[in-house]
Design a protein around this ligand. Structure first.
Ligand SMILES: Nc1ncnc2c1ncn2[C@@H]1O[C@H](COP(=O)(O)OP(=O)(O)OP(=O)(O)O)[C@@H](O)[C@H]1O
Length: 569
């Protein structure tokens, strides 16, 4: 707990003014509570015994006044405590996403999106209690308990010892319960991630589910996770809810001890009935804040488990180390030398050497899973080579500032991404919007005709994932986006696979002058796409087994002939 607190300290400490107001709220509430008890004295003595008629007005007004103070105090306390909590988790949520987005692709590939969403939503929410309520509540309840204990000892030290001796007995079971709760919270948070993962999967694959009529199957899988989640949460409830009754029984035991021992003292006239009553009331009151503190302790376990998960992500450093050199000039040379890439156990590339220069059109062809996209992953620095070196303009790629490197590359990936923005903003994605250039890019990508047909032209809002577009239209937008970027390297990974031959040909022709002084790297499964490339590299099980022009490969490479036949077929 101390460790978690230390981690949160930088977040918590910035709200001194707000804590001060919370403190004033606490003091107002506590004073008003004491005053409620205090007012009983004039109520009894002055009003009823002395029969002072003024008191008939004075006491009810005082009562209202006390409750106004108490309510204002409560309100201040609640609002400002929640402000602190909400504000901290808002910051934390945004910091967590920022950190995740800056982590390497390996992290984002390895973690299911549901898992990551669950960290940013569920785990962060669980922490809110810890950062806003815990401190003030702990302070308030501990102080009240402490004050009452001192009062009880002051009243009768010997009796106090007998009545409070049961307290240390509570500590060991509390520790055991806390441990179990934390373990359960961890598992519940993991399960929550599984549930969210199922949800993201269902909604991302809605088409396949509907097309195969597998709604019931998916519901079965969802219900399995959902029920496990329910059971885990109930386990935590069973454990957590033991705390309160346990403290209750202990409190009763303390009270029983007081009755037994003090009762005898009353019998022997060592104590008056009034003293006995006062003492019993004070001991009874002491157990209330103690019970609250112990139940806060239980809730904190949940927050600690969540914060451990959050901080484990925040502590993870990107495996891609940033370089400092700014790449400000166009890319003149890409050189792979004896490069290997492993994804964990999978050897995706081995001993790859090649170099590419401006004006060249390179095509990567070969077997599925041969390693073509992996080469692109290295270029974009989603991953670093496991062996060998990738040099850009004569310098190791690791020396460059990553953003400056990415500015020089435009990529159309296999999966097409369309954001929930206007068509124009989708094309200019991440860059300043220039309508004339957007239109030009759309024309080159053979997408202007369809754009003009949209209700609001290039200002038409696209739906999430491009749901309102055809596959070919989405791909054309992706191509237009890459053209708009006007980078010195253009990477087309299966960029035209959803287009008909005619449209592909039109784009190829249109792009010819655009790519004249650029490096173009294409991955394609269609022969017409790669026919005119300057050089083709054949990938097989992570290695380049042959390189040459289309005609050369056709003539000498059996592998190429094999896939050429299958492409045509
Ligand atoms: N993120 C990843 N994590 C683990 N393994 C991966 C990852 N990406 C690819 N692989 C594996 O690396 C190998 C090379 O994959 P790659 O995507 O580079 O092939 P490819 O030649 O582009 O295939 P295709 O033509 O089918 O797109 C494959 O065996 C694949 O299973």
């Amino acid at each position: 707990m101390k460790q978690t607190f230390r981690r949160f300290w930088p977040y918590i400490k910035g709200y001194k003014g707000y804590y001060f107001i919370v403190l004033i709220g606490i003091i107002m509430t506590v004073l008003a509570t004491v005053a409620t008890a205090q007012i009983m004295q004039p109520l009894m003595d002055k009003m009823f015994i002395e029969k002072d008629p003024q008191m008939l007005y004075y006491i009810p007004l005082m009562m209202i006044g006390i409750y106004v103070v108490k309510s204002v105090g409560r309100y201040l306390q609640a609002v400002f405590m929640n402000y602190i909590g909400q504000h901290i988790i808002t910051r934390l949520r945004s910091q967590l996403l920022d950190h995740m987005l800056h982590l390497d692709m390996a992290f984002l590939h390895a973690n299911r999106s549901g898992e990551l969403i669950s960290r940013i939503t569920n785990d962060i929410n669980r922490v809110q209690y810890f950062v806003s309520n815990m401190l003030p509540e702990l302070v308030r309840e501990s102080l009240t308990a402490l004050g009452l204990i001192v009062y009880v000892i002051y009243l009768n030290a010997e009796l106090a010892f007998y009545s409070l001796v049961v307290l240390p007995l509570a500590i060991y079971p509390l520790i055991l319960i806390a441990k179990r709760l934390r373990r359960l919270s961890h598992r519940s948070q993991e399960k929550n991630a599984d549930v969210v993962t199922r949800l993201t999967e269902v909604f991302n694959n809605a088409e396949i589910i509907k097309a195969n009529g597998t709604e019931a199957y998916e519901m079965g899988r969802f219900d399995a996770e959902n029920n496990k989640f329910f059971k885990l949460n109930m386990k935590a409830v069973y454990t957590n809810e033991i705390v309160s009754p346990m403290m209750e029984v202990l409190g009763a035991t303390g009270l029983a001890a007081v009755i037994f021992i003090a009762g005898q003292q009353v019998f022997n006239n060592q104590m008056t009935v009034g003293e006995f009553t006062a003492f019993l009331t004070a001991v009874g009151l002491t157990f209330q804040p103690l019970r609250r503190v112990s139940s806060i302790y239980g809730k904190i376990q949940n927050a600690i488990a969540a914060s451990e998960r959050i901080f484990s992500v925040l502590d993870r450093e990107s495996m891609i180390e940033e370089g400092s050199a700014l790449l400000e000039e166009p890319i003149r040379e890409i050189g792979f030398s004896h490069v290997a890439l492993d994804y964990g156990e999978t050897h995706a590339l081995r001993d790859v050497s090649l170099s590419i220069h401006p004006s060249e059109q390179i095509a990567l062809v070969g077997d599925s899973g041969g390693g073509k996209s992996s080469l692109v992953n290295l270029l974009l620095r989603f991953y670093d080579p496991s062996e060998g070196e990738l040099r850009i303009n004569g310098r190791d790629v690791r020396e460059y500032d990553h953003r400056s490197l990415l500015k020089q590359m435009a990529v159309v990936s296999q999966r097409v991404y369309v954001m929930q923005d206007s068509l124009a903003e989708n094309v200019a994605y991440g860059l300043e919007l220039d309508e004339a250039r957007v239109i030009e890019a759309l024309k080159l990508a053979d997408a202007y005709d369809f754009a003009q047909g949209l209700p609001e032209g290039i200002h038409t809002l696209m739906e999430e994932g491009g749901a309102n577009l055809s596959g070919g239209q989405r791909q054309r937008i992706a191509i237009a986006r890459a053209i708009y970027k006007n980078a010195s390297v253009l990477i087309l990974d299966e960029a035209t696979s959803a287009l008909d031959n005619e449209s592909e040909l039109r784009i190829q022709k249109a792009l010819a002058s655009y790519t004249k002084d650029k490096i173009t790297i294409m991955i394609a499964h269609r022969l017409t796409t790669v026919e005119h490339a300057d050089r083709l590299y054949f990938f097989k099980a992570g290695e380049i087994t042959d390189a040459g022009s289309f005609a050369e490969l056709m003539e000498r490479s059996e592998d190429f002939q094999r896939i050429a036949r299958s492409y045509e077929g």
